[in-house]
Ligand binder design. Structure first.
Ligand code: PEP
Length: 261
């Protein structure tokens, strides 16, 4: 049976581009990316540029997401920006990105609080999960995915979980140029969907979107997006090149058209 999930292409700009560079880049991107309303294209710039880009954004083509958000709505938390403060600006927020987990020591408990805070504030979390190379080599991939997923989805209702996006991002493939093999991605995504089914039932598992992320570019994107159970890609490095990103969006659009035929 064909699913009716909308393919998402997400561009994680990481800690790149100041206000004027980002504005210039968005201008280029809006020229390169065609208006593809059957798919969803979401940009995740740094928090400083969210506000100015939101004014410039062509909303027929793009949505905005935040790369992070704190789980306390307000208070004595120096340096933090809460989900409550972001909710006017963004549709989505990344949670548990491997760079947050590994550079900033964020654990599953923090990811869980951030997911709940995002949902409470009307922002859809994109929960990133994935194993390190060491964990893959020692056969722990499924256990890691299980732990990160169950922690991330804790305390949600089936309806809230169904609206979420999961990004399967093997840590060893992020920013390395060494992307996962499509059959590894397929196996991981099927496992994740199956776990969601065990936790919330089949209906939720059919609705939740699961992306692949890890060195996706304009050359390899179709191998992942065409996988039957894959609902798009989270793109880091290649999202900083407007031509490459536009090609990835085109690939996704073609796959979505085929799925709708
Ligand atoms: C990411 O930032 O989530 C990512 C997958 O980066 P890259 O595409 O550069 O591997």
């Amino acid at each position: 049976m064909r699913n009716n999930r909308k393919i998402m292409i997400a561009g994680n700009w990481k800690e790149h581009m100041d206000v004027s560079t980002a504005s210039h880049f968005l201008h280029r991107l809006q020229e390169s990316v065609a208006n593809r309303q059957s798919i969803e294209v979401v940009l995740f710039p740094n928090v400083l540029v969210l506000q100015p880009l939101s004014v410039q954004l062509d909303r027929r083509k793009f949505r905005l997401g935040a790369q992070d958000g704190f789980y306390k709505d307000a208070g004595a938390y120096t340096g933090e920006v809460s989900m409550a403060m972001l909710n006017d600006l963004v549709h989505y927020v990344l949670v548990g990105h491997s760079e947050r987990r590994h550079v900033f020591n964020e654990n599953d408990d923090v990811a869980s609080k951030k997911v709940q805070s995002a949902v409470r504030n009307g922002i859809i979390p994109v929960l990133c999960i994935g194993e390190t190379l060491q964990e893959r080599l020692s056969g722990e991939t499924k256990q890691i995915l299980h732990n990160q997923l169950t922690a991330g989805l804790m305390h949600l209702t089936a309806r809230e979980a169904a609206a979420m996006v999961i990004a399967y991002e093997p840590v060893w493939a992020i920013g390395t140029g060494e992307f996962a093999k499509p059959d590894q991605v397929e196996e991981a995504i099927k496992y994740i969907r199956n776990q969601v089914s065990q936790l919330f039932g089949e209906r939720t598992a059919r609705h939740i979107r699961i992306l692949y992320g890890g060195s996706v570019d304009d050359h390899n994107a179709s191998a992942f997006i065409e996988l039957e159970d894959c609902d798009g890609a989270l793109v880091g490095g290649a999202s900083l090149n407007h031509e490459k990103f536009a090609k990835i969006v085109d690939v996704a659009f073609k796959v979505q058209q085929k799925r709708m035929d």
